[in-house]
Write a protein that binds this ligand. Structure first.
Ligand code: FES
Length: 237
C-alpha cells in the first residue's frame, strides 16, 4: 500500500499544506474557529433508515461564500453556526486536548480479502454510520460484492475519518475525493447543530500555532463539551 494514509507507512516528517488558496481553520484560545481562504459552508442532515441507523446525508443549506468567517466552538452563540462573541461572556474553556498522534499510529488494522480497514477510535463522534448490516468490522472480512459495497458506503459516509478503507488490489485509500468544504451537521430529529464536518483535507491549526495532522475527513466540536477538543467526541449526544 502506498501514500501517507497506508497502514504501516512512515508518517511524513512535516505535514503538507494541501489546501487550495490558503484554506485553513485556526483555533482561537477559548474562542471560535477562524476559517480563512473562502471555504464553502453548508448544512447536512442525517438521513436515518427504518432501524434508526444513519444511512446517508441530505444537504439542506448553502451559505454565501465568504473569504473569512468565525464558527462557534462554545455552543452558546445565538447565531449558530457563527460566533457572536458569547464565548467571552460565558467564560468558555476551549482547552485543546486533541490527540496529535498520527492517525495510523493509533489505528487498529483489520485485513480482509479485498479491503483493509484502519480504525482510530479517538476520532469517533458516534454518528453511527458503521453499524448497518452487521457493522463495518464484520463486513470487511467478506469478499462478496454486497458486503464490500456496504463497507465502503459506511466508511465514506462517516464524517469523522475514524474509518479509512484501503483497496487491497489498488493499494490506495478509498473515498479521498471530497471537495474542500465544511458542513454543519444537523440532527433532523432534534434540530441540534454540530459537529462541524471538515472535508477534503483542510488544515486545522491549534491555538498555539501547531498544526494537526491533515485529514480528508474530520469532525470538530461545536457544542463546547468535547473532551477531545478541537475534535468532536460525541459529547453533544
Ligand atoms: S465561540 Fe464565540 S460564541 Fe461560541
Amino acid at each position: 500500500m502506498n501514500g501517507p494514509d497506508a497502514p504501516g507507512a512512515t508518517p511524513p516528517a512535516a505535514l503538507p499544506d494541501t489546501s487550495d488558496g490558503g484554506m485553513k481553520i485556526t483555533v482561537i484560545e477559548n474562542g471560535p474557529f477562524i476559517v480563512t481562504g473562502g471555504v464553502p459552508l453548508t448544512t447536512m442532515e442525517y438521513v436515518y433508515d427504518d432501524l434508526g441507523n444513519c444511512r446517508s446525508w441530505n444537504e439542506t443549506t448553502t451559505y454565501p461564500l465568504r473569504e473569512r468567517y468565525a464558527l462557534c466552538r462554545c455552543g452558546q452563540s445565538k447565531n449558530l453556526p457563527f460566533c457572536d462573541g458569547t464565548h467571552a461572556q460565558v467564560g468558555f474553556d476551549g482547552t485543546e486536548a486533541g490527540d496529535r498522534e498520527p492517525f495510523l499510529e493509533g489505528a487498529v488494522i483489520t485485513r480482509g480479502p479485498s479491503l483493509t480497514l484502519a480504525d482510530n477510535r479517538h476520532l469517533c463522534s458516534h454518528a453511527g454510520f458503521c453499524h448497518r448490516a452487521g457493522g463495518i468490522w464484520n463486513l470487511v472480512r467478506f469478499s462478496d460484492p454486497e458486503s464490500r459495497a456496504i463497507a465502503i458506503e459506511e466508511a465514506c459516509d462517516c464524517p469523522t475519518g475514524r474509518l479509512v478503507l484501503y483497496d487491497n488490489a489498488a493499494g490506495e485509500a478509498i473515498g479521498q475525493d471530497l471537495e474542500k468544504s465544511i458542513a454543519v451537521i444537523v440532527d433532523p430529529e432534534t434540530g441540534e447543530q454540530g459537529p462541524l464536518w471538515v472535508r477534503g483535507g483542510i488544515p486545522v491549526v491549534g491555538a498555539d500555532g501547531t498544526p494537526y495532522e491533515v485529514r480528508h475527513r474530520v469532525t470538530l466540536c461545536q457544542c463546547g463539551k468535547s473532551r477531545n477538543k478541537p475534535f468532536c467526541d460525541g459529547s453533544h449526544l
